[in-house]
Design a protein around this ligand. Structure first.
Ligand SMILES: NC(=O)c1ccc[n+]([C@@H]2O[C@H](COP(=O)([O-])OP(=O)(O)OC[C@H]3O[C@@H](n4cnc5c(N)ncnc54)[C@H](O)[C@@H]3O)[C@@H](O)[C@H]2O)c1
Length: 260
């Protein structure tokens, strides 16, 4: 008996096997859940996501979606609903900011369009996806939506800059979504994951030794593994977290509790 037997959902954000979303899907499937996936448009992106998700389970169901487009998000949920009769969980694990503005000393110079793009892709898309997920979840008695945040939303991590602002917005949006969607028994939470070397995190300047520093100060004396976050996602997708909504759960080996 798996914790997630019979549960089916959509995972947005697997670029490769290092992606946090890959670790989340891998643990969800290991605990009996079933995942469909979306990737950015383009043959190369499709191939990359297919190759990664085939390692989780054979014959993955893939859809394409550039979350910067309202039409593409609407189409994603239409396509999903055509193939699936239930949506129990939605994993939002995407973020984007132009790396030019993710460099130490560049925050004040961030141009308006770069600021708005980071907020759009990294935060607004959670609202848009939640709105489409809502009726699909509500018709089967509820569901669990989760998004990925980072400590930089709450304390300054030099270089995280505009992405930090987007993550603060994401965490606050989660609370407002939780308040609104709770009436349909839909829970909305963020996981604040520890630093993990991925395509997205490598765009942030000044993070070269972040992993080593985190391991030194972490109460658990190690860096966060993707599976640490994956297992927390299983908890949030499962009935074990039935009373948890609007929360931000740190999964960072305790780094966030350390002061200087
Ligand atoms: N890696 C870390 O240290 C870390 C820590 C905490 C939180 N996070 C967050 O985890 C999430 C996943 O990032 P990751 O580190 O796994 O990196 P990743 O590069 O593997 O994943 C980022 C994903 O965002 C997708 N994406 C970007 N723009 C998109 C768009 N317009 N439409 C649809 N998808 C788009 C990419 O295709 C990719 O799949 C992000 O929200 C990130 O901020 C990462």
């Amino acid at each position: 008996m798996g914790l997630l037997d019979g549960k089916v959902g959509l995972v947005v954000g697997i670029a490769n096997e290092r992606s946090y979303a890959w670790h989340i899907a891998n643990e969800i499937v290991a605990h009996g859940g079933q995942c469909a996936y979306s990737h950015l448009p383009g043959e190369k992106n499709a191939r990359r996501t297919r190759r990664a998700t085939e390692k989780i389970a054979p014959d993955p169901v893939l859809y394409e979606c550039d979350a910067g487009s309202d039409e593409a998000i609407e189409q994603l949920f239409k396509d999903y609903a055509k193939d699936h009769d239930r949506l129990d969980f939605l994993i939002h694990s995407i973020a984007y900011a132009d790396r030019d503005w993710l460099q130490i000393g560049k925050f004040a110079d961030t141009p308006r369009d770069a600021f708005l793009e980071a907020m759009d892709i990294s935060a607004y898309t959670l609202l848009a996806m939640s709105a489409h997920a809502r009726p699909l979840m509500a018709k089967n008695g509820g569901g669990s939506i989760m998004a990925m945040s980072y400590y930089g939303a709450q304390k300054v991590i030099l270089g995280y800059n505009v992405m930090a602002v987007a993550k603060s917005c994401l965490e606050t949006s989660t609370r407002y979504l939780a308040a609104e969607l709770g009436v349909d028994n839909i829970r909305v939470n963020t996981i604040s994951g520890g630093y993990l070397r991925t395509l997205a995190s490598s765009a942030v300047g000044g993070t070269d030794d972040l992993e080593e520093r985190a391991a030194e100060v972490a109460p658990l004396r190690r860096t966060t593994a993707g599976s640490d976050v994956g297992k927390t996602a299983v908890y949030l997708a499962s009935d074990l977290s039935s009373g948890v909504t609007g929360e931000n759960l740190f999964v960072d080996c305790g780094v966030n509790i350390i002061g200087a």
